[in-house]
Each structure stands twice: as C-alpha cells, then as structure tokens.
Design a protein around this ligand. Structure first.
Ligand code: GTP
Ligand code: SPV
Ligand code: MN
Length: 610
C-alpha cells in the first residue's frame, strides 16, 4: 500500500478534500505508489517514459507513443452520463442512474492499479481569474504516465490550482484507470470499458482506455461533457467549438468567431490557418482554441468566450506545409510534441502520416506502421494499408502555436461576433449561408447533419445529425439544451450573427471536393464579417444569405467555375427532402421549445414557396 500522506506532503498538496479523495481511490485501486505531478515534472517524466519504453524518441526532443491497437479513438457507445435524476436522460447521453454506474465502476477498478503508480494531476480548465474559474478546477488521478504527459500539454497543471480554491470542495474528481487493455473485449458483446460522467456529483469515472478523450479527463470529460451540465445549471454554455479572431491588419479590427464542427471536421485546421497569400496582407487568423469554448453573457450585453484548454490534440492526417503551415510550425523540433499512432522510423527517429508528404518515404528501412509492424516486411495484401491510423494525432502545448492570440489567457474572455456550424456534408449545404435570427441559429445548430468521422470508433462515413457538434458530449436532454441556448442568448443585447459553412461538398460523379478548403476557407469568414458589418448584401435564400460571386474575395483561388456555381446555389428539391428528415430528427427531442419548431416551420414554408 502506498503511503499517500507522505506523497501528498512531499508535493505540498494541502487541500483536505483533495487529500481525502486521493486516499479513497488509492485504497480501492490498490496503487503501489502515489505521486503528485505538475508541469515542472515534465522533463523527468518524459525521460522515465522513454526509459520504460512507453514512449520512443523523435528528433528534436519530441516523442512518439503507440496506443493499444483496439484503443485508438473515443468509444461513444461505452460513454455514459449518470445522474440521480431520470429527467436528465436525453437521446444521446446514454443516461443511467448514478448508483448503478458507481457500483459497476467500483467492481471494475477494485485492485486494478496494483503494482502501479497512481499519478495525481491537479489542473485548471480556464484562464486563471476567469468568472467561470469555479467550474474549472479538477484533479485527475491516473495510472498511466503517458496520460500525465498529455495532460501537462493540454491543461494548466499544478498543485497551486487546487490548494487555494475559494470553495475547497468544489473541484472535479476525475478517476482514470487504464485496465488490462488486451483483455477488455473491445467492440464485443462482453466489452468491459466504461466511461462514466456522474454529472450531478461532478465526478468522472473512466475505465478501459489510455487514449485521447477517453483518458485525458480534463479535456473532453470535464471541459466539455461535465462542464456542459455545470453550464446548464449555472447560466453558461459549453460547446465543442473552435474560437478564433479574424484580424483586419489595415484597420486593426478583430472579429471573433466560434465554430461547431463535429470531431475530425476541421476545427483545428481553421483556428490555426493562415489567410491565403493573396489575402495575407490584409487578414490574419488569431488562435484562441481549436476544440472547446465556454460562453456566457457579459455585463455589456455581448456574448463572451474563452478556451479552457492549454494545448492542441490535433489530427495528423493531411497536415502539411501547404494545408496547414502553422500546425507544422507548432510541432517542430523543440516543441516537446508527442505524436500518437503515426508511423515511426526506429532508426532515424522520424515520424510520417498520410498527407504529410505526397508519397510515403521511399527508403522503407526502419519504418514501422502505427501497429508497430515493419513496413518493409508487408505482404502484397497489406502493402496498401495506411502507415498511420486515420485518427493519429499530435499533442502540442498552446505556447507553440505561432498564431496564438495575445489575449488567449485573458480571464475576461473575448466578445463573440459570429457563431458558425459546419460538418462533412457531401451535398446540399453551400459554402456558407448566414442568418441573424437567434431561434433560427439554434435551430440550424440542432439540425447540423454530417458524415461521422474516424474520431469515434467504427462510424466513419455514416450520415447522422450531430446537434451543435455536441452529440458525443451531450450531458442532458436535447429539449433542455435547446432552451438553455435560447436563454443564454436571450440575455445578450448585441447578438452574434450565425452561419452554416461546408468545406466538404463533393462532385457526385468523381467525388472530388468542390472547394479547395484549408487556407481558402478564410475567404468565407471574411465574407461573413463583411456581411455582419453591412458591407456586402448577399443573395437571399430560404436558408439564409449566400455570397454572390462578386462579394467573395476570389483573387488567387484555383477553382473550376462550375464548382463555384454549385457551392453558391441552393438545391431546393434536395432541401425539401431535408426538411422531412429534420422533422423526424427534431421529433425525437423531448420538450423541444416552441420557438425552435416555429423556426423550423418558417424555413420549411420558405423552401416550399421558393
Ligand atoms: P477533433 O479534434 O476530432 O475535434 O477534430 P477537428 O474538428 O479539430 O478536425 P481537424 O482540423 O483536425 O481536421 C480533421 C481532418 O479534416 C484532417 O485530416 C484535416 O486534414 C481535414 N480537413 C480540415 N479542414 C479541411 C478542409 O477545409 N478541407 C478538407 N478537404 N479537409 C479538411
Ligand atoms: C474529438 O474526438 O472531438 C477530439 C479528440 O477532440 S478526443 O480528445 O479523443 O475526444
Ligand atoms: Mn473535438
């Protein structure tokens, strides 16, 4: 048994409630040692992980980690929100009574960390001094050293964040036990993985993974899922949103945009992007956040937002000098980046993923694929398999992001000028359409329909609705969620503009993307801001304003004229069909506010009349 008191004393962890919580779980899991960690421990822990073979070295002081082969993405069907109130049950949150969840968890983790170290990771998911700081403190306990190293990059980590809480008992208890990964029956009827959020007790209990959102509990489980429940009860919104500023270098004006796109649909890329060369003299994108935003009505009547995270857990695939030079800079030698499930060269200590370069390295010597298998030994049958897992990622801390906004850590947050939704939609959705009515904006978010991606196990390509991009992170009922959105925005006097964007429309014949995407997406954002400022009029349609060709800044854009025409028009027949699908979708939500139904009927009637 670990001498928990000695470990907590040595680290100067004085908060009595945290001490009690750590002791309780050390007893249950049977951890052999307890160690409190902070950001200062990073270099030592990296070295320990290298020595133990948990990480491999990558040139320039970076590292590589390979997760268990069946543990490479979030497992949505194993993710459960539990509370003591059955009216919290929604369509998507896999609700369970909390007693049942806690009992099952206790049986799973009894003695499960025997012989291991239990790391205690105190963290804060907010800029210090924020009005929402009260909801941001947490303590993850984990039996995986690589999880600690990710947390240090992704969150503010240190004992100071929990020793002096105004309410010492008000922190999130986040328990992570890895489990015996090769024997958990992943994806079988006897699956032993459970990822619980006990929302009304501010407790997270995860078992059976050491990957991403399943294991770095500050990020998705606290920062998104649990915090959205806190937000519902306390008057703020918590969303899977990027947060960026569009800076006009000529006038010095900055307009801030939040964007909800489902997992692996372009939030990191957009928030880190550079304006295309032909617009670069005029516009600049400032990075605040790429995955989560907390939003609240400010005293001046505007909507405010901040990013609770401290780093970026970005999809590696197709990240290259052309698509995202900023991201490439953020993962250079000297950044301390951890690469996960990409291909690795054990001789040269380099990494590679699909789309990093056009062709994979020609000299196969030393290369291992994401499963750790030697590429040079592949058989003709496996020769064409991807080298990197599609959900392979890089983890880098915020300070490495070259376009980081100066005020990213400002506790006051930034005012939000626009809210955009988007996803992978192969037809129907134009490049961008904008609207100003709040109910219509919320309605649009609730009916966000997109193709699922590889960021969740086994779902790639399935068309599904993903309200506000929150489907996997929803913590309470959708009707209440919609009402909460209306309430929060109802408290603002200066409303943001809304837009729906789509970078992923395809040619029905050959499947190519009609829009070149990536840096070119800035053109659509600039149009949106000009439209908010009344500088462009747009072309009115039943589903919002879309840009005319003259209004979009097209200089230097390479695109087929026919493709551009398709991107800027509405297929009314296809939209009529969509309205029927939406009706079925929205009917599933218990207690959907009448305002949302009214918005739906208005849009439907306008489409019918078109
Ligand atoms: P999560 O971290 O899972 O929430 O994902 P995300 O929304 O931040 O997605 P990210 O920016 O990492 O992009 C996911 C994938 O989409 C990557 O492989 C990108 O290369 C690709 N992608 C991003 N933007 C575009 C775009 O404008 N066009 C095209 N064709 N692909 C894009
Ligand atoms: C997502 O899947 O939306 C992510 C990555 O941001 S993970 O942390 O694995 O959830
Ligand atoms: Mn995400």
């Amino acid at each position: 048994m670990a001498d928990v008191d000695a470990a907590l004393d040595a680290a100067g962890l004085t908060n009595p409630h945290v001490r009690e919580y750590v002791k309780y779980w050390a007893g249950i899991t049977g951890a052999e040692r307890v160690e409190v960690v902070g950001a200062d421990d990073d270099a030592r822990l990296v070295q320990e992980a290298l020595d133990a073979g948990e990480l491999q070295p990558v040139t320039g002081g970076r590292t590589y980690s390979r997760s268990y082969i069946k543990d490479t993405a979030r497992a949505e069907e194993r993710t459960i929100v539990a509370t003591s109130d059955e009216s919290d049950k929604g369509l998507y949150n896999n609700w369970q009574p909390s007693d049942q969840a806690k009992e099952n968890y206790l049986s799973l983790v009894q003695g499960a960390s025997e012989g291991k170290t239990m790391y205690v990771v105190p963290y804060l998911m907010a800029p210090q001094g924020s009005p929402l700081e009260k909801f941001a403190a947490g303590v993850e306990i984990t039996d995986a050293r690589t999880v600690v190293l990710h947390m240090i990059r992704m969150a503010r980590v240190g004992v100071n964040y929990i020793n002096e809480l105004a309410e010492p008992d008000h922190f999130v208890r986040a328990v992570h036990v890895t489990g015996d990964l090769p024997n958990l029956g992943q994806g079988t009827p006897d699956d032993k993985r459970y990822f619980y959020t006990i929302a009304d007790e501010r407790t997270i209990l995860h078992f059976g993974s050491s990957y991403g959102g399943n294991a770095l509990l500050g990020k998705i489980a606290h920062g998104l899922r649990l915090a959205s429940y806190d937000g519902w009860k306390n008057g703020f919104l918590v969303e899977q949103f990027l947060l960026l500023g569009v800076k006009d270098k000529q006038t010095g004006e900055v307009h801030n945009i939040v964007g909800g796109f489902p997992s692996a649909s372009g939030k990191t890329n957009l928030s880190m992007t550079l304006a295309p060369d032909t617009l670069g003299d005029r516009y600049e994108i400032e990075f605040y956040g790429d995955d989560i935003a907390w939003l609240w009505p400010g005293e001046d009547g505007r909507l405010y937002a901040f990013n609770p995270e401290f780093g970026v857990f970005g999809v590696a695939r197709d990240t290259n000098e052309k698509s995202n030079p900023t991201a490439i800079d953020a993962i250079q030698p000297g950044t301390g980046t951890i690469f996960t499930n990409v291909a690795y060269n054990e001789k040269t200590q380099e990494v590679w993923w699909e789309g990093k370069t056009k062709e994979h390295p020609t000299d196969l010597d030393g290369w291992l694929d994401w499963k750790g298998e030697r590429i040079a030994d592949r058989s003709p049958e496996t020769a064409d398999e991807a080298w990197a897992h599609p959900n392979s990622r890089f983890t880098t801390t915020m300070a490495n992001v070259p376009n980081l906004a100066e005020g990213y850590a400002n506790p006051a947050g930034v005012p939000v000028d626009a809210i955009i939704f988007g996803g992978r939609t192969r037809d129907r959705e134009p490049l961008i359409r904008s609207f100003t009515d709040v109910a219509e904006g919320v309605y649009d978010g609730l009916t966000l329909g997109a193709e699922a991606t590889f960021a969740a196990d086994g779902l790639e390509g399935v068309l599904r609705y993903d309200p506000m991009s929150m489907r996997p992170f929803m913590s309470y009922g959708e009707g209440d969620y919609a009402q909460h959105w209306l309430d929060v925005l109802g408290k603002t006097t200066e409303k943001p503009i809304f837009a729906h964007v789509n970078w992923f429309q395809r040619d029905p014949e050959d499947g190519h993307f009609l829009w070149p995407g990536f840096r070119e997406n800035v053109r659509a954002l600039v149009w949106l801001i000009e439209s908010k400022n009344g500088l462009v009029k747009g072309n009115p349609t039943p589903v919002g304003m879309i840009p005319t060709k003259d209004e979009l800044l097209l200089e230097g854009l390479e695109i087929e004229p026919g493709d551009l025409d398709t991107l800027l028009t509405i297929d009314i027949e296809r939209w009529k069909q969509e309205i029927g699908y939406r009706e079925e979708h929205l009917k599933q939500f218990v207690g959907l506010p009448e305002e949302i139904w009214e918005a739906h009927r208005r849009v439907a009637a306008d489409i019918d009349a078109a």
